[in-house]
Structures are given as structure tokens and as C-alpha cells.
Design a protein around this ligand. Structure first.
Ligand SMILES: NC(=O)c1ccc[n+]([C@@H]2O[C@H](COP(=O)([O-])OP(=O)(O)OC[C@H]3O[C@@H](n4cnc5c(N)ncnc54)[C@H](OP(=O)(O)O)[C@@H]3O)[C@@H](O)[C@H]2O)c1
Length: 330
């Protein structure tokens, strides 16, 4: 089968033939219809993701049709599915087990004609979504859901700030928070992306390229109870400034690089809660897809590339030009 393969650190993926994997007991074979790019895949091309063993077929997200099953899982045959990319989460809702992995390294990922995975990782594709929208959902949707609901425990009517709204996780956080009855403000490096977020329901937008933006928050939106951030970087202390006393800041990534000095006094004096989050448990995944089905939420697709031209998608994400998910047609 043909796949997008990362052959070495520092290079973009190439389109090449790889052997088709064999089924083990409990596995199914999914013929991929579409796959979606996450920043994790881009980090891997730059040597910024730990433990990568090359060559590797990346890709954590996908939708497809089950074409072969091991004996116990025949009921999945012919069904349209999405894949939960959290593998071996373990039995705790608090934290993943030490053996936890994410689909697409070390295990072969979704940027391929087909994939072999345990049937336990499957979920029915939401019926209101196209195969491209379905492929866009799992990793970013799961991360956003856990950040908002398992970690921040967002309540209806609360004010939520979502940073870097052009990002895949950030857009799901906006859509899910609105569905839960929260009020949402967003940041971006682009005025056009702020306008697009407003059309999706963001009440207020701030340009993080303007160093004064945190000072504008109290008047234009009000200090927030919850921040959902995937950027970290030098601007992180601004997130502390825009929180109400007792606020919760949930971080899931560091796109903007390491933190500069953190004003600890503001954190302890204001009783702030700094929370980390990663991916999610099987029950987080089930709750996320239930929310998407209940509210008929549609992932925001930036652009669909043919899988063989996937390197163009990697370049676009690396340049931060996307608004929403970059998807590959298998
Ligand atoms: N912990 C986990 O489980 C988990 C899961 C998924 C992702 N992640 C991490 O989370 C990050 C985002 O992932 P993604 O797939 O959503 O990536 P993405 O689609 O590439 O989004 C990245 C976004 O970061 C924003 N950004 C860049 N510089 C910023 C800054 N200085 N301040 C605020 N925002 C800034 C940009 O927003 P604008 O375009 O609006 O400027 C950009 O769209 C990545 O670092 C990824 O590795 C972690």
C-alpha cells in the first residue's frame, strides 16, 4: 500500500510503498477514506517530538470503512468508522498509564491506504459528518473535550478564553464551549481568523501580537473563569492577568515555545489553578462524540489535500496559515 512516510528527522514526508500490516487477534483492518493532520505530525518532521524511530507513517486521525475483522469483531465489517487515537490509556480517569501511546508513532498511523488497529479503538462515524469532517474530529476533539470538561469543568454562563483560534484543538474548544452554554473569547495572530471565529460564535477577539491585549480583556469581555491554551510561550503571563480570582488555566501544548518568568505571586494570591491536559480516556472520547452528535457539531475544515500531496499540508500547518483542520483524502 502507498503511505506518507517520514524517512528521517528534518525532512517532509514522502509518498512510497510500505507492506500492509497483518491482523492480530482483536484487530480490524480499516480502508482509509480520509486522514487529518495534527501539529504532532509536524513536530515529528522537525525532530521536536520525543522518541521517533524512522521510518514512520505518521497520522493520528482518520475515517474509513472496516474491510476485514478478526473472528470476534465481525459486526464492524462494512461500517464507516472513526478511530480513537489514544492507545492503552489505562484504568484511571485522572492520568494516562505509563504504556500510553498516540496513534501514528510508534504504531503505524493513518497517512496510509489502510490501517490495522484493535477493534476497541473504533467508534461509528457520526452520521451528520462527511468523511473529511469525521477524519478531522478525533485527536483535536478529544483534547479540547478533556481540557474543557474533565479538567476545567466549564459551567454554562462562564467566560472562557481560547487562545490561537486558527488551531485545530482551539476551534473545537470554541465549538464545544459554546455548545455547553459558555461565553467564549478568542485570541489569534490574524485579524481575518478573529473575524471567522466571530462568525462561529466567539463574542470577542484579541490579537495576541498586540502586547496590550490582556489589558483590553476586562472592559471588552470581562475577566475569564477559564483559559484553554495550547501555545505557552512568552505570552503566557498575559493569560494569568486575564483570569478572575479562582480561575482555571488549562494548557495542552507549547506551540509558541517555552515560558518566560511566571508571576507566581499573581497565581497564589488569586488562587489560580494551573492544569495540564493530554488527549483523553476512552470515556472522554465517548462523551466527546456524544456531544458532537447531540449538537450536530461540524469540524472546521481548512483545506483538503490528496494524501500523496500531504507534504503541502505539513508546510501550511508549519507556517500557521490554516484556520481549522488540514485533511488528506486517501
Ligand atoms: N497535549 C495534547 O494531548 C495535545 C493534543 C493536541 C495538540 N497538542 C499541542 O497543542 C498545540 C496545538 O495543536 P494543534 O494540532 O491544534 O495545532 P495547529 O492546528 O497547528 O494550531 C496551532 C495554533 O497555535 C496558535 N499560535 C501560534 N503562536 C501563538 C501564540 N504566540 N499565542 C497564541 N497562539 C499561538 C496559532 O493560532 P492563530 O493561527 O490563530 O494565530 C495556530 O493556529 C501543538 O503544540 C500540539 O503539539 C497537544
Amino acid at each position: 500500500m502507498n503511505c506518507l512516510v517520514l524517512e528521517s528527522e528534518g525532512s517532509l514526508p514522502v509518498w512510497r510503498e510500505m507492506p500492509s500490516p497483518e491482523l492480530e487477534p482483536g484487530d480490524v483492518r480499516v480502508q482509509m477514506t480520509a486522514a487529518a493532520l495534527n501539529h504532532r505530525d509536524v513536530w515529528m518532521t522537525k525532530g521536536l517530538y520525543p522518541g521517533v524511530v524512522y521510518p514512520v507513517v505518521p497520522g493520528s486521525d482518520g475515517s474509513g470503512v472496516v474491510v476485514e475483522t478478526s473472528s470476534d469483531h465481525g459486526a464492524w465489517l462494512g461500517r464507516s468508522v472513526i478511530i480513537n487515537p489514544s492507545f492503552d490509556w489505562g484504568g484511571s480517569e485522572t492520568v494516562q498509564a505509563p504504556g500510553f501511546t498516540i496513534l501514528g508513532m510508534p504504531r503505524q498511523g493513518t497517512f496510509a491506504g489502510e490501517i490495522v488497529i484493535p477493534a476497541a479503538q473504533l467508534a461509528p462515524s457520526p452520521e451528520h459528518l462527511t468523511p473529511f469532517e469525521a477524519a478531522a474530529l478525533p485527536l483535536a476533539g478529544l483534547t479540547a473535550w478533556r481540557a474543557l470538561f474533565s479538567r476545567a469543568r466549564v459551567q454554562p454562563g462562564e467566560r472562557v478564553l481560547v487562545t490561537g483560534i486558527g488551531g485545530g484543538v482551539a476551534l473545537f474548544a470554541l465549538q464545544f464551549a459554546l455548545a455547553a452554554g459558555a461565553r467564549v473569547a478568542v485570541t489569534s495572530g490574524s485579524p481575518e481568523k478573529l473575524e471567522r471565529a466571530a462568525k462561529l460564535g466567539a463574542e470577542c477577539g484579541f490579537l495576541y501580537t498586540d502586547p496590550d491585549w490582556p489589558n483590553q480583556v476586562p472592559e471588552r469581555f470581562g475577566r475569564v473563569q477559564v483559559v484553554i491554551d495550547g501555545s505557552a510561550g512568552p505570552g503566557f503571563s498575559g493569560l494569568i492577568d486575564v483570569c478572575e480570582p479562582g480561575g482555571r488555566i488549562v494548557n495542552y501544548g507549547g506551540t509558541a515555545g517555552p515560558l518566560e518568568a511566571i508571576p507566581m505571586r499573581k497565581i497564589f494570591w488569586n488562587q489560580l489553578n494551573l492544569l495540564g491536559t493530554t488527549m483523553g480516556s476512552p470515556s472522554d472520547f465517548a462523551a466527546m462524540t456524544a456531544l458532537v452528535n447531540r449538537h450536530r457539531i461540524r469540524p472546521v475544515i481548512d483545506e483538503v489535500f490528496a494524501l500523496r500531496d500531504g507534504a503541502d499540508g505539513f508546510r501550511k500547518m508549519d507556517a500557521g496559515r490554516q484556520f481549522g483542520k488540514i485533511v488528506f483524502s486517501a
